[in-house]
Design a protein around this ligand. Structure first.
Ligand code: 9J3
Ligand code: ZN
Length: 264
């Protein structure tokens, strides 16, 4: 690891490495039974197998309404193999609303850092949250209530609360141009606009995408989520090149907004 950043993990990134289906770390996984935890519904922890690189930042990921961890499972090995501990969770019930999902993401992070079998591999001071749909809405709720979180990434997020001026966590909002369940005009776009102007924030609108695009492996989601987590959980400025200058519209990007350069 570089002498000037004790948190950077893995080799210098390239376009190819951030788009790859796996990163440089071999991974393992362990199942967490709902019967063994409280405050959330259990889940699966994906983590780099080797301990030689030191501890890792961590991210908890919530599924959406009616869904289970299987709907966001692809993010587990994809992000863990790049050097994060990733906890894909089940919620207490599949009908839990975003505020509850936010509390459950925080309960999962607390379990991960204090009780789990991999707690010794996690840097409890460098944590983030992600989620799909109501789970994305939950990731905004979690960041609002715990401002020490280093990154939040709602994926086609859904919430009745459209305004998030309270957030102090660098936030990447991912919307989909064809989302008819959480249309960007009434969800992701107002979420993004309501974030403080001083915050490190970005809005990625996926092209030719639906509400359920985040439920299967997607390179555009992966490369920008990875870059955001690396930049703000690991303070890894090697990834700034993929975020600033702002990505341009392309076959997979309908729109990208943000403030550059990133400052935190
Ligand atoms: O988690 C989601 O997919 C939320 C979208 C939804 O169906 O909300 C309606 C209550
Ligand atoms: Zn609000």
């Amino acid at each position: 690891q570089a002498a000037d950043n004790p948190y950077e993990r893995g080799p210098a990134p390239t376009q190819s490495s951030i788009e790859a289906s796996r990163g440089s770390f071999a991974t393992s996984q362990t199942s967490v039974s709902s019967l063994s935890v409280s405050g959330f519904g259990g889940g699966t922890i994906y983590y780099p197998t080797s301990t030689t690189a030191g501890t890792f930042g961590a991210v908890a990921v919530s599924p959406g309404f009616t869904a289970t961890q299987s709907s966001i499972a692809w993010l587990g090995p994809r992000l863990a193999s790049q050097g994060f501990v990733v906890f894909t969770i089940d919620t207490n019930t599949t009908s839990d609303q975003p505020a509850s999902r936010g509390r459950q993401l925080l309960a999962a992070l607390d379990y991960l850092t204090t009780r789990s079998s991999v707690r010794g591999r996690v840097d409890a001071s460098r944590l983030g949250v992600m989620g799909h749909s109501m789970g994305g809405g939950g990731s905004l709720e979690a960041a609002k209530s715990r401002t020490s979180l280093k990154a939040a990434i709602p994926l086609t997020g859904w919430n009745t609360d459209k305004t998030w001026p309270e957030l102090r966590t660098p936030t990447l909002i991912v919307g989909a141009d064809g989302d008819s369940v959480a249309p960007v005009s009434s969800h992701s776009e107002p979420f993004y606009r309501s974030l403080p102007g001083s915050l490190d924030k970005a809005y990625l609108e996926l092209r030719n995408a639906s509400h359920f695009t985040p439920n299967t492996s997607n390179t555009t989601i992966a490369k920008y989520s990875l870059s955001w987590l690396k930049r703000f959980i690991d303070n890894d400025t090697r990834y700034e090149q993929f975020l600033c200058p702002l990505p341009q519209p392309s076959l997979t990007i309908a729109e990208y907004r943000g403030n550059c350069p990133h400052t935190s």
